[in-house]
Design a protein around this ligand. Structure first.
Ligand code: AGP
Length: 582
């Protein structure tokens, strides 16, 4: 997924690049690097591991004088996380950083090797530098345009050239990249959040639009033709990057949930007309990845209870299915970042078939927010921790409000008004959650069981636990266990029983008894008191709101388990916040 940033202006780029990389670290953090250029020299410094290690290395180096630089933080796709494969990559005069995947890199590499090009790394990225270097004969725009014609795949690139030390170049296809406009200084970055402390003014770049930047300005061309692009002003707050005294972004973002839920309720509860009217659609497809898909599963339960025909799928499958859309179908796309490659492809598939798409996203100006027929912004502010928490809760709340809008009932609004306070009280009971975490943090395997909407909740609880604590955790439909998986239950195996749906409460409780009979240690999370020793009772509220009290509890338990295991909670290994490659 990677994060890239480039700078040209009156300042030495070091501080801009490093502060930018730190804000882009959620996109990948296995290695990083910077490159600086002046008329005599191009200096590259790379490091394995987190940005602070690169910073230590840079502090020990004598940096060249410069006002142009590029930098990168990596989530390895081609070649392991080591210093050679870290970006920037350099061939001949060309040094660049890349976010994306070049699918035909091997065939290009083989051709270039025959032409005598020597490659140092295992990356697909290096072939791009080799191509630009091959095509460069004094005109960078021309060399870049020739190069992108040879490339198949996704790329966001920031490029410098020894022969043009006072210039910076950039181009993108699929992968996100925007141009930041400061006072006599310019930035290219994967995410506006990386430059908010310098400017809020940005330009969105279209596919294969080449940007040439100098100290005095910028030019955008497409196939050599100069084009103008609108300048936007971000409303993101820089302080979203602040921890406000919390030790981790994840716990900070969980504790923000009551206020953010209250804000959305104030915005929509009595102004439902502000939300799209989905009553005309007879069929709803919900698509997302990871936690976003699990948000959709909760939404499926809401809409099915309204009698609507709902299909749901993970985007990486949905995009390759041969779907026959019937008339009156709405495709709902769930995404925090709005830049998840598979979800973008699913959206474009529906758009191409002229099927209405509704995006429920956090990042305004993201590809999914821009290209969907309708969009609802969840207004979570920046979500920095890789494991989503507040975005999940606000996306479920929007689906709940959409369902209530088409199928209102008299109990919903009262419960809705009580929700923020109930959630605050629940999250303040950190002692309870830590006690449950004590039962889990030494375990190798953990299971979650529930039925229908409780199963959807189990899936998110299980993902939160495994992605930040690295404990092997699985969620199962409670009735499914006895068809095989129950053989994994042993003396002391921890099994979370999620029970909020009264219609099937007894069924799930008897499934919990089945695992207890085989030595399992139950942890009961429900909205009615039960006999279990390990339990958290959440207030009983409307079915279409109940997940909003149970999932935060599971988020908090997962946080304390990872905390007790000393895990890197905000940046779990092998993960990235926004998955911009397939
Ligand atoms: C969740 O904690 C993960 N970060 C991941 O599953 C995430 O939900 C998924 O990658 C989808 O991201 P999106 O919401 O930005 O599209």
């Amino acid at each position: 997924m990677c994060g890239i940033i480039g700078y040209i202006g009156n300042k030495h780029p070091k501080d801009v690049l490093l502060s930018g990389l730190k804000k882009l670290e959620y996109r990948g953090y296995d290695s990083s690097g910077i490159a600086l250029i002046n008329k005599d020299n191009t200096q590259i410094i790379k490091s394995v591991g987190k940005i602070s290690l690169l910073e230590d290395k840079i502090d020990k180096e004598k940096l060249i004088d410069s006002f142009v630089g590029i930098a990168h933080t990596r989530w390895a796709t081609h070649g392991e996380a080591n210093e050679i494969n870290a970006h920037p990559h350099r061939i001949g005069k060309i040094t660049l950083v890349h976010n994306g995947i070049i699918e035909n890199a091997d065939s290009i590499r083989n051709k270039l090797v025959k032409e005598g090009v020597v490659f140092n790394s295992e990356t697909d990225t290096e072939v791009i530098a080799a191509l630009i270097n091959k095509y460069y004969s004094g005109d960078m725009e021309e060399a870049i345009n020739k190069t992108i014609k040879d490339l198949k795949g996704s790329y966001a690139l920031s490029i410098i050239c020894d022969s043009e030390p006072d210039k910076l170049y950039a181009v993108r296809c699929e992968s996100p990249l925007l141009l930041g406009i400061g006072d006599n200084e310019y930035f290219v970055t994967s995410d506006i959040g990386a430059i908010l402390n310098y400017t809020k003014k940005y330009v969105l770049l279209g596919k294969d639009e080449v940007v040439s930047l100098s100290k005095s300005g910028y030019k955008i061309t497409k196939d050599g033709e100069v084009i103008n692009r609108e300048v936007f002003v971000s409303d993101l707050k820089n302080e979203d990057n602040d921890l406000f005294g919390y030790e981790h972004y994840m716990i900070k973002e969980i504790m923000e949930e009551p206020t953010l839920v209250n804000n959305l309720i104030k915005k929509y509860a009595n102004n439902l007309d502000k939300l799209p009217d989905i009553s005309k659609y007879k069929h709803i497809h919900i698509v997302g990845c990871g936690s976003a898909y699990y948000v959709g599963l909760v939404g499926k339960n809401f809409f099915e209870s309204d009698g609507i025909d709902v299909q749901i799928d993970v985007a990486s499958e949905y995009r390759y299915r041969n779907i026959k859309y019937s008339k009156n179908t709405l495709v709902i796309l769930i995404s925090q970042s709005g830049e998840t490659a598979d979800t973008i492809a699913a959206m474009r598939m529906a758009n191409e078939k002229e099927i209405d798409t509704l995006a429920i996203v956090n990042v305004d100006g993201s590809t999914i927010a821009r290209e969907s027929t309708y969009k609802v912004l969840i207004e979570a502010g920046r979500e920095v921790a890789v494991a989503t928490t507040k975005a999940y809760i606000l996306q479920v709340l929007i689906l709940s409000l959409l369902s209530y809008k088409t199928h209102p009932d008299k109990y919903y609004l009262d419960d809705l008004m009580r929700l923020p306070q109930q959630l605050k009280i629940l999250l303040d009971k950190t002692g309870f959650h830590k006690k449950m975490a004590d039962k889990v943090y030494k375990k190798k395997d953990v299971y979650f069981i529930g039925r229908l909407i409780d199963y959807a909740i189990c899936l998110e609880g299980s993902l939160k636990l495994k992605e930040i604590s690295y404990i092997h955790s699985e969620a199962y439909q409670a009735g499914e266990l006895k068809h095989g998986t129950i053989s994994l239950i042993n003396k002391g195996t921890v099994v979370f029983g999620i029970v909020t749906d009264d219609d099937i409460r007894d069924k799930t409780l008897s499934n919990l008894e089945e695992v207890i009979a085989r030595g399992a240690v139950p942890i009961y999370i429900g909205n009615r008191d039960e006999k279990y020793k390990n339990k958290i009772i959440v207030p009983k509220i409307h079915k279409k709101l109940q997940p909003l009290l149970v999932v935060p509890t599971l988020q908090l338990i997962a946080y304390y388990v990872a905390y007790k295991r000393g895990c890197n909670i905000d940046k779990p290994r092998n993960l990235a916040k926004s998955v911009t490659v397939e």
